[in-house]
Design a protein around this ligand. Structure first.
Ligand SMILES: Cc1ncc(COP(=O)(O)O)c(C=O)c1O
Length: 364
């Protein structure tokens, strides 16, 4: 059994992928070729955003978002400690300070009740993370952000395709940022990412920054990076995007089936999806105090599982200068000790799911 099955989808759409790749090989516009624009138009429409700007990765996407907002030395950006390192790394790379707000024990996303206390006159942006495929309470976060006139970047690396109160993830705040890393809900065949906004000026800045801050040929009003998405990745994503809406439905069906099948197993907590949210289950993550026993039992049955973010960011050595200690963000730390992600993909069979559930029951 694979943890994330990428092969089944490839087999399903191999002809479409090959045709798209062949077209790029023939026209030869490997940098910002026509497929990039075609993809951006389709993704903008899907999310309901005015603009989509594709970039080289989900990390560069966050970096470009912060650069476009003018974040730099002396500034603070609020995010969560329970996430992939990129969320805080990009803040520190720009010389700004990551300020952490603990997560909620139910959704594992930013606890909006703790947000306001973290805001100072140095706060330049708020970056909630839509962990495991479910959005934070964006209305509550946006309301606080508006009060202090601070932009909100949704780190939606894991939640492309999810919805919050009927609106698509990536179009819920000032900026949405996603990743097309292969294992993400919409994954390409390498690195890729995208920015979403309804703000014309920000979109223009994203386009400049991804090409070395270039406004037009040989004219660089601002600093930028080499942050473009390869035309080949855009072409591959166009083929994958054709089956993506079906995959989102399937992800939700599998997530629901896991939850109902595991509901009677003692000692584990299944994901809490907040009312008004749909999750794309980038990972299907359970919580348990006996995580190691479950993982060992699964391993004996040949079933892979992974614990993500077992060392929260505030206690990572790279951020030691922030002066945090164990105990500072108790919810993030508890979740880091309990989390276990189970095999998940839109092509996961009911038989395999039954095997996982039966094996977890064995560890009771
Ligand atoms: C929450 C989060 N933010 C940012 C990223 C960075 O994306 P990428 O790997 O495409 O750079 C990831 C990817 O793992 C992520 O999970």
């Amino acid at each position: 059994m694979q943890f994330i099955d990428l092969k089944s989808r490839h087999q399903l759409i191999v002809d479409k992928i090959n045709a798209r790749v062949q077209t790029v090989m023939e026209h030869g516009q490997f940098i910002l070729g026509p497929e990039v624009n075609e993809l951006e138009t389709k993704l903008a429409k899907y999310t309901g955003s005015k603009h989509c700007v594709t970039v080289s990765s989900g990390t560069d996407s966050l970096l470009i978002a912060l650069m476009a907002l003018g974040v730099g030395a002396g500034d603070e950006v609020i995010t969560v400690p329970y996430t992939w390192i990129s969320s805080a790394e990009v803040i520190a790379l720009l010389g700004a300070k990551p300020v952490f707000v603990d997560i909620r024990p139910d959704t594992l996303n930013m606890d909006e009740a703790l947000l306001e206390a973290a805001i100072t006159n140095k706060t330049k942006a708020i970056m909630p993370v839509s962990i495991y495929g479910q959005c934070s309470d964006m209305d509550a976060i946006n309301e606080i952000a508006v009060k202090y006139d601070i932009p909100v970047i949704e780190d939606a690396a894991q939640s492309f395709g999810a919805t919050y109160k009927g609106k698509k993830s990536c179009n819920l705040s000032t900026i949405g940022s996603t990743s097309f890393f292969p294992s993400k809900p919409l994954g390409c065949y390498g690195d890729g990412g995208a920015l979403f906004t309804n703000d014309d000026e920000l979109a223009e800045k994203f386009r400049w920054i991804r090409v070395h801050g270039q406004e037009r040929k040989h004219h660089h009003p601002i600093l930028g990076i080499n942050g473009r998405m390869d035309t080949l990745q855009a072409a591959i994503l166009l083929a994958i995007f054709e089956v993506f809406p079906e995959e989102v439905i399937r992800r939700q069906e599998i997530g629901n089936l896991y939850t109902s099948s595991l509901s009677k197993t003692s000692g584990i907590r299944t994901p809490s999806i907040a009312q008004g949210n749909t999750s794309v289950y980038a990972q299907y993550t359970i919580l348990s105090d006996k995580r190691e026993t479950i993982q060992e039992t699964l391993k004996l049955q040949g079933i892979p599982s992974v614990s993500y973010y077992t060392v929260p960011l505030h206690i990572q050595p790279v951020f030691s200068s922030l002066g945090h200690h164990s105990g500072d963000f108790p919810v993030a730390e508890r979740i880091a000790d309990q989390c276990l992600s189970l095999p998940m993909s839109p092509y996961f069979s009911v038989n395999d799911l039954d095997r996982v559930v039966t094996s977890i029951a064995l560890s009771e």
